[in-house]
Write a protein of this length. Structure first.
Ligand code: ADP
Length: 161
């Protein structure tokens, strides 16, 4: 069975992430979205909340699963027996960082193949960080996230005011 992982913070999942996941799910028999438990980022949502938001977003995509992980991404890949690691590439900021991470991962686990999918044009400038900032300032984010995520963002940012 061809298995790929799609790792990230997903704080929260956006339509940009979903676009990459949906396209990757057509290339592999199983895609596992790996939710990084403790990234070195300030998180708005807990791991359980991030997983729950992803679960609701993928109910109609039967070959996508979601799982939390800690530690090295390559160890997660080994644990779930993945042959490939999927990442989304945006024009602006992703390439250099992805390149460095890819080189390191290749050293640590040469058998794991990296598959980068180019972000769709309309999501090129969408990031969870920007989304949280706009939502926090009361901006409309409906076209960038599924309905339930917009709702969760509104609730979360309101409770922080
Ligand atoms: P990380 O903390 O690993 O950067 P993110 O949740 O920010 O995790 O992103 C996970 C993956 O999704 C990364 O490969 C990132 O480049 C990609 N990604 C994020 N936003 C978009 C987008 N708008 N379009 C395509 N890919 C995206």
């Amino acid at each position: 069975m061809t298995i790929a992982i799609y790792p990230g913070s997903f704080d929260p999942i956006t339509n940009g992430h979903l676009d990459i996941a949906t396209r990757a799910a057509k290339l592999f028999e199983k895609l596992i979205i790996g939710v990084y438990d403790m990234p070195t980022k300030n998180l708005l949502f807990t791991t359980e909340e991030r997983i729950d938001l992803i679960r609701q977003a993928i109910v109609n995509l039967p070959n996508i699963e979601v799982e939390a992980y800690n530690g090295l991404t390559i160890d997660f890949a080994k644990k779930v027996k993945a042959q490939a690691l999927v990442r989304g590439l945006r024009m602006s900021a992703d390439f250099e960082r992805e390149f460095d991470m890819a080189m390191m991962n290749k050293k640590l686990f040469p058998e794991l193949e990296l598959v980068c999918l180019m972000s769709t044009l309309k999501y090129q400038f969408l990031s969870s960080t920007l989304l949280k900032e706009v939502a926090g300032l009361g901006g409309n984010i409906d076209e960038f996230v599924p309905k339930h995520v917009a709702e969760a963002l509104r609730k979360k940012t309101m409770s922080r005011l």
